[in-house]
Design a protein around this ligand. Structure first.
Ligand code: NAD
Length: 478
């Protein structure tokens, strides 16, 4: 509860107190530090009625916000980015406490929100339609904002995923209601306050901490929410898509993943092995882009595992507030139980270590798959677990990589440029990297194929997903 506010840094206490003020008699959601298992604070759980009021206010604010000149909208988004920049350390420390992210990662995540705001601040003044040559008149297109956009965020990357939704939505002239995950509401609440401090008009960005079944479902069913950006599990994503169909509500879905890391015998094995742990264990493996299916060409399997083992054993899993820490805890006790269930039924090749104390710790683990039918090979575990399977040739690598309902990301390691391109075209995935594990760059489109999602976030194209094209014909014939 808020009674331990003094343990938090002063600015984090402000969030806690602000939340406490709003709480009154409402039910609340407890926030736990995953590194200690201890309660940090609690935040109000927004009710369905309060959600309706917030949506209706956001709808009213839309009438004003859409008319703010593009230059002024850009200026406000830049000011919001500057506010985030001035609070990077505070936001990062809040995230370490709430989500167990390492301090280094959390700083990057806060910086990513700033960068994405800056990037889309360049958009309002460049969001132009077309003039199309037609007989009998003049034809022009406009990119019209949609209205109120609902953004639903998961717990694994609370800050960046919030920013990928609200920055382009606001730039295009929409207002936003945002629901953080139950487990990780603190940085979203703080970002909402920073938006206000930056001068964004009231109700243009509203953060509503609360439950998926209450606030999230209301975003889906409320007719004034014109688009939903959902990031989370495939299971909930399907439900949301079905709900949105009733009103032909626009929807962007960023869902689960089970990505392949494909290592050919001709690759730079040292480099591939050194980076493989970060491809799968970053954020303790709670990463939709994690390359958790490691496919290694058979002749180099033993050598690759021999290179991988010390890299995995060397990962520093510790208190996430320490600068030297490379991996923190899992988000919750429930998540740890779930991850352990996959490991106990499989053959372990080797593991790293992790603290023994309170907190939701799990060691980095490498499993050997017996066949592609193994549960740990097929299902998204969302923990620090890699499954390994050998392959013989390109055709088999493609078949194994594509033998999944997911298609979010993946890596291809080879020195043969032709093979790299053949593989990149053949693997059904929205985001692939060659000789790298990079997944997300805010200048480029991000999203999944198959059941990993629908639509793309980031990059220039994402902006258009927050508008409808309107075509206007003006007759000039007398
Ligand atoms: P989740 O689906 O349980 O919850 C995600 C969000 O949806 C939360 O805010 C939750 O409160 C809300 N929600 C739950 N039920 C709802 C409902 N009925 N209606 C509306 N909203 C509802 O997912 P999670 O456990 O928070 O996150 C982990 C999942 O997210 C993983 O599967 C991961 O792969 C996925 N993810 C995908 C991406 C991507 O970009 N593709 C990025 C991050 C996470």
């Amino acid at each position: 509860m808020a009674s331990n506010a003094s343990e938090l840094d002063p600015s984090a206490s402000e969030v806690v107190l602000h939340a406490a003020e709003q709480m009154q008699a409402q039910p609340s959601i407890e926030v736990v530090d995953p590194a200690t298992g201890q309660s940090v604070t609690s935040v109000p759980a927004t009710t369905a009625e309060e959600t309706d009021v917030a949506i209706s206010r956001a709808r009213t604010a839309f009438d004003t916000w859409r008319k703010v000149s593009p230059a002024d909208r850009a200026r406000l988004l830049r000011r919001f980015a500057a506010e985030v920049d001035a609070h990077i350390e505070e936001l990062a420390r809040l995230e370490v406490r709430n989500a167990g992210h390492t301090i280094g990662n959390a700083r990057w995540e806060a910086g990513n929100v700033r960068d994405v705001l800056d990037y889309y601040a360049g958009a309002p003044e460049r969001l132009t339609g077309r003039q199309i040559p037609v007989p009998g008149g003049v034809d022009v297109t406009f990119h019209e904002p949609l209205g109120v956009v609902g953004v639903i965020v998961p717990w694994n990357f609370p800050m960046p995923i919030a920013g990928w939704g609200f920055a382009p939505a606001l730039a295009a002239g929409n207002t936003v209601v945002l629901k953080p995950a139950e487990l990780t509401p603190l940085t979203a609440i703080r970002l909402g306050e920073l938006a206000r401090d930056a001068g964004l008009p009231e109700d243009v960005l509203t953060v509503l901490p609360g439950r998926g079944a209450v606030v999230g479902e209301r975003f889906v069913s409320h007719p004034e929410v014109r688009k939903l950006c959902f990031t989370g599990s495939t299971e909930v994503g399907k439900r949301i898509m079905a709900g949105c169909a009733a009103q032909v509500k626009r929807v962007t879905l960023e869902l689960g993943g089970k990505s392949a890391n494909i290592v050919f015998a001709d690759a730079d094995l040292e480099r591939a092995a050194a980076s493989a742990p970060y491809a799968a264990f970053d954020n303790a493996g709670q990463d939709c882009c994690a390359r958790t299916r490691l496919l290694v060409q058979r002749p180099v399997l033993d050598r690759f595992l021999a290179l991988l083992e010390p890299a995995v054993r060397g990962i520093r899993v510790a208190d996430p507030t320490l600068e030297s820490t490379e991996m923190g805890p899992l988000i919750s006790a429930g998540q740890r139980t779930r991850v352990a269930s996959y490991v106990t039924e499989a053959e372990t090749a080797f593991t790293g270590s992790c603290p023994a104390g309170d907190g939701f710790w799990f060691p980095p683990t490498v499993l050997l798959a017996r066949s592609p039918a193994d549960r740990h090979w097929r299902e998204e575990i969302f923990g620090p677990v890699i499954s390994v399977l050998p392959f013989d040739d390109e055709a088999e690598a493609v078949a194994l990589a594509n033998d999944t309902e997911y298609g979010l990301s993946g890596s291809i390691w080879t020195r043969d440029v032709g093979r790299a391109l053949r593989m990149a075209r053949a693997v059904d995935s929205g985001n692939l990297s060659v000789n790298s594990h990079s997944s997300v760059r805010y200048w480029t489109p991000f999203g999944g194929m198959k059941q990993s999602g629908l639509g793309r976030e980031l990059g220039p194209d994402a902006l258009h997903a927050f508008t409808d094209v309107k075509n206007v014909f003006i007759a000039t014939d007398e």
